[in-house]
Design a protein around this ligand. Structure first.
Ligand code: DGL
Length: 258
């Protein structure tokens, strides 16, 4: 069983890639929507939430954990790897691939405040983007749009313009989507700004999960898929078909007590 965690529904953008690559593996997704966003929380607060969720996932037979959230990875992955005996795969904003494809020598990074403040993020930039100009932009409203299921329309466009204009003015040609909620707005961003190359790391993380996951037990060929949220289960269930069409008939259950 692969346990997948996010502050809310954003991690479904990663779960979907894991499922494409490993369709026979069981998945247990937990969205901590009652505590969303993580992007404005302190690292100790995020660590506490994520540890509670991992304990629950392990008690429900998770053999590997995917922190499908950049903020939670940056805030807690080292601590979690020291704490738990099972593999823990985290996210990393796609700065490395962005540096490889930029032609203007300027890249933009859309991420949460928590991610942009992290030492891990600063190290990533100093080691891989030394000769590159990096413009960073926290995008909290993207997370609210996705949590509400707003993936296009006038309000979304207004928000995209607010965050993307400084990138255009700064001559960035490549934008890292450094938060797992943002890939759900990829189409809306590309329609307004076709000149940007958008980078997200969902597929790269899924490949890493494939390398680290125990192989599926052949005696149990039918995978189990479980979706839980600490927030509004009806709302999450309603959004599931649009966010993750492979699981259109599945439901979110409420997760209490974490
Ligand atoms: N999906 C999350 C990330 O990748 C966090 C969004 C939030 O809760 O602020 O950073």
């Amino acid at each position: 069983m692969i346990g997948v965690i996010d502050s809310g529904l954003g991690g479904l953008s990663v779960l979907k890639e894991i499922h494409h690559l490993m369709p026979n593996h069981s998945l247990h997704y937990i969205g901590d929507s009652a505590w969303c966003p993580y992007g404005n929380k302190s690292y100790p607060e995020i660590q506490k939430r994520v540890s509670g969720i991992i304990d629950y996932l392990i008690s429900n037979k998770a053999e590997i954990i995917v922190i499908a959230c950049n903020s939670a990875t940056i805030a807690s992955v080292e601590y979690l790897r020291a704490e738990y005996p099972i593999p823990i795969v985290g996210m990393e904003p796609g700065v490395k691939p962005a540096v490889q494809i930029t032609k203007t020598g300027t890249i933009g990074v859309f991420a949460t405040e928590a991610s942009l403040a992290g030492e891990k993020f600063h190290k990533l930039v100093t080691s891989h983007a030394q000769d590159i100009r990096v413009i960073t932009q926290p995008c909290p409203e993207f997370v609210s749009h996705v949590e509400k299921g707003e993936l296009d329309g006038a309000e979304v466009e207004k928000t995209i313009k607010k965050y993307a204009e400084p990138m255009l003015i700064g001559n960035a040609d490549t934008i890292v989507l450094g938060c797992t909620h943002y890939p759900f707005l990829k189409n809306a961003i590309s329609e307004l700004y076709p000149e940007f190359s958008l980078i997200d790391t969902g597929v790269a993380v899924a490949k890493q999960v494939l390398r680290r996951a125990p192989s599926q037990d052949d005696n149990h060929p039918s995978p189990i898929f479980k979706f839980q949220t600490t927030g509004d289960a009806e709302h999450a269930t309603k959004l599931l078909p649009e966010l993750c069409s492979d699981f259109r008939q599945y439901r979110f259950d409420i997760l209490y007590g974490i």
